[in-house]
Design a protein around this ligand. Structure first.
Ligand SMILES: [Zn+2]
Length: 170
C-alpha cells in the first residue's frame, strides 16, 4: 500500500457518531470546539509510544497536508497549517490511517458508512467531494479518516487506544 495522502483540510466541527464496536449511533452536529495543543500533544504522544515516527516536513506537493506511510510507520504533518485546529485535523486524520493498519482494515461497521458519508457531505462538503479523487479502494479509508478527524479529541484518543493500544502496554 502506498502512502495515504491527505490533500485537504477544513476547520473542525464535531459530528457525534460513535463507532468502534459500540452499536449505538447518535448522529448529529455538536457546536464547534476549539482544538488545543494539549489534544495534539496527547495524540502525538500516543502515536510515538505506539512506535510511529511523527515528523514535520515542508511538503512540496501543493495542497498536501500530511500523510501516513504504513511500511515505515511514519506520519508526516506538513508545515502548511495556520491553526491548532488544522494541525489536529491532519494529525487525527493520519492517526486514523494508523488505526486502520492496527485493525488490518476498516475501523467502522459497514452499517454506518452511509450515515457517515451523509454527515460528511452535509457538514464538510469539500472534504466529501475531494474523496472522489482517490481510487475507489481507498475511499472507505478516506471516509473513516475524514470522519474521525471531526470527532471530539477525547473520542479520537479513545479510538486510538482501542485499535493500537495493545502496543503501548509494557
Ligand atoms: Zn487520508
Amino acid at each position: 500500500m502506498g502512502p495515504l495522502l491527505r490533500s485537504l483540510t477544513m476547520p473542525s466541527r464535531c459530528l457525534a457518531l460513535w463507532f468502534g464496536g459500540v452499536s449505538v449511533v447518535v448522529l448529529g452536529v455538536l457546536p464547534a470546539h476549539a482544538t488545543s495543543w494539549e489534544a495534539i500533544d496527547a495524540l502525538r504522544g500516543r502515536l510515538t509510544r505506539a512506535g510511529v515516527r511523527v515528523v514535520q516536513q515542508d511538503c512540496s506537493r501543493r495542497g498536501l497536508q500530511g500523510l501516513y506511510h504504513p511500511r515505515s510507520d511514519t506520519l508526516v504533518v506538513c508545515r502548511s497549517h495556520q491553526t491548532p485546529s488544522q494541525v489536529w485535523d491532519t494529525l487525527a486524520h493520519e492517526a486514523t490511517h494508523r488505526m486502520q493498519t492496527c485493525a488490518g482494515g476498516p475501523i467502522t461497521d459497514q452499517r454506518h458508512h452511509r450515515s457517515m458519508a451523509a454527515a460528511l457531505m452535509r457538514n464538510h462538503p469539500s472534504e466529501f467531494r475531494s474523496m472522489r479523487a482517490y481510487p475507489r479502494n481507498q475511499q472507505l479509508a478516506e471516509l473513516e479518516a475524514r470522519y474521525t478527524a471531526k470527532l471530539p479529541p477525547q473520542q479520537v484518543l479513545r479510538l486510538f487506544d482501542r485499535y493500537c493500544g495493545s502496543q503501548i502496554r509494557v
